[in-house]
Write a new protein. Structure first.
Length: 315
């Protein structure tokens, strides 16, 4: 397991400004201000590219971006972004992942990873789509992108958690505007640090994409090999799996604690899986039926009523 800490300036280039501006009610096209040279002439040309009706909104976006830059500069010597990640030997078994709990996850035999030992593994249940896609494709589950245990060969799955300390908000609690500004920036910084960490994992640590040479805009469009599904997102909607991730990552090392509902504190935190299969892609589990609810509750070791609470948005 690795525990890394980034300075603000190291992760700012990885910020996806579209989501920052979305949090402030701006449409994606206004986020392009982040790509504009900071001189007055370039900013004036950017403003002139908008219609008269939109120019006032564009001016607001420009001012917001300036203030975000000032805030990031202020945070440089006060705040760091922390990431945990671990590469586990893993196999799939049906709709479950088996994740090795051994410390020697890098052990190989003859250059090939040995399969997971069931007695020394953590069962990580997943959900499968039950609603057909418009394209008529297969009903997907994240376990489909991990080598099955029956193959007799091990695979890998990455786990991660990233966070920005809530204390970074303290100086601004009495100023609603500045407080909201630092909160929305912290959300982006946690995601940006995860993006940077994942790039290093792919190229150097896991090393399955050593020749990757993507510019950051392509990274933000996820043009790299593999996927990084985050907890609470459409392909991994059950927030309670954070308790399983915590058992293997010990999230408190990144300053993260979990509520009784599996939510992370500080709020500016993100967790999830890293999968390397070239065919891996994102999908939405969507609505599930009672049959899968009961099966999933059994695999998670919870009652159906407990599971209903965690999967309310998927029922």
């Amino acid at each position: 397991m690795k525990n890394v800490s980034y300075q603000i300036h190291e992760v700012v280039p990885y910020i996806n400004w579209i989501y920052f501006f979305h949090a402030w009610g701006f449409q994606p096209r206004y986020a392009a201000i982040a790509q504009i040279h900071g001189c007055d002439a370039c900013r004036a040309m950017w403003l002139a590219s908008f219609s008269e009706e939109e120019r006032s909104k564009a001016s607001e976006a420009m001012q917001l971006y300036k203030e975000a830059g000032r805030m990031l500069a202020r945070m440089e010597n006060e705040t760091r972004v922390r990431c945990l990640f671990r590469l586990c030997r893993a196999n799939a078994e049906g709709d479950n992942l088996l994740l090795s709990t051994d410390d020697d996850d890098d052990t190989e035999t003859g250059g090939v990873l040995s399969p997971v030992c069931r007695e020394r593994s953590l069962l990580f249940p997943l959900l499968r789509q039950q609603t057909p896609s418009a394209e008529g494709g297969p009903y997907l589950c994240l376990s489909d992108f991990v080598r099955p245990l029956s193959a007799g060969i091990g695979d890998r799955v990455g786990l991660f958690a990233s966070s920005v300390a809530a204390e970074s908000e303290a100086p601004y609690r009495d100023d609603p505007y500045q407080h909201l500004l630092v909160q929305t920036l912290n959300d982006r910084l946690a995601e940006a640090a995860t993006e940077k960490m994942h790039e290093q994992v792919r190229k150097h640590i896991w090393g399955y994409a050593p020749d990757e040479a993507l510019p950051i805009p392509d990274l933000l469009l996820e043009h790299f090999q593999g996927i990084r599904p985050a907890v609470g997102y459409p392909s991994l909607p059950d927030q309670s799996v954070n308790f399983l991730l915590d058992r293997l990552l010990d999230m408190k090392q990144a300053g993260i604690t979990l509520t009784e509902n599996g939510a992370m504190y500080p709020h500016a935190s993100v967790s999830g899986l890293m999968l390397a299969h070239p065919a891996a892609r994102y999908f939405a589990v969507g609505k599930i039926g009672d049959d899968q609810l009961h099966d999933y509750a059994r695999r998670r070791g919870m009652t159906v009523e407990q599971m209903r609470k965690f999967l309310a948005g998927s029922l």
